[in-house]
Design a protein around this ligand. Structure first.
Ligand code: NAD
Length: 453
């Protein structure tokens, strides 16, 4: 049985049937229920499956191991009420998906966004597993979130939502089970609420229940900037490999949040010229370069980029097509698609966001000779620094901030060198190589643990 091929026929092929029992008719309208993996069905999950299968085929992974590597081990859907500031009660849906429990506790962020679904969390969770294995961390992947529009919620509504969501997923998380972290629209404050809620439940402080916490609650220097910084280390390694100088390189970044803003600042500090940037409210461009400090100040005061006076306004959808050397999607998934891949005018794509490129777009970019540094390595800096934070909290022993910065750089550079070496050895693109490195490790661990009982 091949659970990675989603059809009913594939699932039942070769199996003796004990009469039909009429189930096909009953299930006809709910095809996903008879489709293995149908629970996770979503656009992002399809992308994850296609990418995974390409690498698994290359490695000739056995069908039974393949199915165990692909589908999430455990998942939870929760519905819970939150009282709005005006006294009304709204019901929210949240998820937590733990992809694998094979190599250690699970680790992954929490996002607040209108499109959050079980399938989206499943795709993001498998990518977390791959990231951790690629960088050599003792974790499996997880992901969670709440379906909501965070821009519609006040600070106190966000606090109530975070605390209630933390309580709802309490049964399956823990410092040795599953350790959440920030992702889209969550940051230090949400992690502080999360840590406090968990600690109130157990009756003593547990800083190691989440990473990405404020420093005074057991966070580490540099976690907040680690994802963006890790992506910058990847940029440096790639430019060394393809022989391009960062100084004077033109960069376009989609997204000006935790990841995008840090990348803008760090790349600009290293001599790159930021010629375009966007957020949910629109884009801004300047062929002579945008002033990143001024952008930061503007967003600090106005929350969004809209109205920024230091450049030309650009429609949000056009930002990715601004001519540049390095394009950084650092906002959302599925932004580079078959509709716009042929219009990109860049040499290199750095996937700071998770899943920003669809498989169709991947093929177009490859045909056009545009290199793609895949998400599983490009944004692995966040989980790497999270690992340092978790280890420090577990040990109750403070790490020196220089040691943290040094180890982050070393670990990321090692990870991307593994990707290059595997791409050369197998003669494949960097995405397939990155997935292959990770899947090989994960498969080895799965085979060794065999099957219980
Ligand atoms: P964030 O919420 O801090 O920032 C997201 C940014 O994208 C905001 O500026 C938002 O306005 C912008 N945005 C939203 N919709 C947009 C659109 N249609 N066009 C242009 N911009 C848009 O989120 P983040 O933490 O920076 O995460 C960004 C991406 O990086 C996500 O894919 C996330 O999964 C990934 N990531 C984040 C971390 C982390 O540590 N924060 C780690 C790994 C991966």
């Amino acid at each position: 049985m091949d659970r990675t091929d989603g059809t009913f026929e594939a699932r039942t092929a070769g199996r003796e049937r004990r009469g039909t029992g009429g189930w096909e008719d009953v299930l006809a309208g709910d095809a996903h229920l008879v489709t293995p993996g149908g629970e996770w069905r979503s656009k992002l999950w399809s992308i994850a499956v296609e990418q995974f299968n390409r690498a698994a085929d290359l490695l000739s992974i056995e069908p039974d191991i393949r199915a165990r590597l692909l589908e999430p081990r455990r998942s939870l859907t929760v519905n819970f009420p939150v009282r709005r500031d005006n006294g009304e009660v709204e019901i929210f849906t949240g998820y937590r998906v733990q992809h694998t429990l094979t190599m250690g506790p699970t680790k992954g962020g929490i996002r607040y966004a209108p499109g959050v679904s079980l399938g989206e969390c499943a795709a993001l969770a498998i990518w977390m597993t791959l990231k951790c294995q690629l960088v050599g961390l003792p974790f499996g992947g997880a992901k969670g979130g709440v379906r909501c529009d965070p821009n519609r919620l006040s600070h106190s509504e966000l606090e109530r939502l975070t605390r209630r969501y933390a309580s709802e997923i309490f049964p399956i998380i823990g410092p040795n089970r599953d350790i959440p972290a920030p992702d889209m629209a969550t940051g230090e404050q949400e992690m502080a609420w999360f840590m406090d809620t968990y600690s109130q439940h157990v009756g003593y402080p547990v800083p190691e229940i989440v990473t990405g916490k404020p420093l005074v609650l057991g966070g580490i220097v540099g976690r907040q900037v680690a994802t963006g910084l890790g992506a910058v280390y990847c940029v440096e390694s790639v430019l060394e490999r393809i022989g391009l100088d960062l100084v004077g390189s033109r960069v376009v970044i989609q997204g000006f949040g935790n990841v995008g803003a840090v990348m803008a600042r760090e790349l600009s500090n290293r001599g790159a010229v930021i010629v375009g940037i966007s957020d949910v409210t629109g884009g801004v461009a300047s062929s002579g370069g945008l002033n990143v400090d001024a952008l930061m100040t503007w967003v600090g005061e106005h929350r969004f980029l809209r109205g920024f006076p230091g450049g030309d306004p650009v429609a949000r959808s056009d930002v990715l097509e601004i001519p540049c050397d390095i394009l950084v999607p650092a906002a959302l998934e599925r932004q580079i698609t078959e509709d716009n891949a042929s219009k990109l005018d860049c040499q290199l794509v750095i996937e700071a966001a998770n899943g920003p490129t669809t498989p169709d777009a991947d093929r177009i970019l490859a045909d056009r000779g545009i290199h793609v540094v895949p998400d599983v390595i490009a944004n692995a800096g966040g989980v790497t620094a999270s690992y340092f934070e978790w280890a420090q909290d577990q040990q109750k022993y403070l790490w020196d901030s220089d040691a943290i910065a040094q180890r982050l750089r070393t670990q990321l550079r090692r990870g991307i060198q593994r990707v290059f070496a595997t791409a050369d050895r197998l003669d494949v693109d960097w995405r397939t190589a990155a997935q292959a490195v990770a899947i090989e490790r994960f498969a080895a661990a799965t085979r060794l643990r065999t099957i219980y009982p």
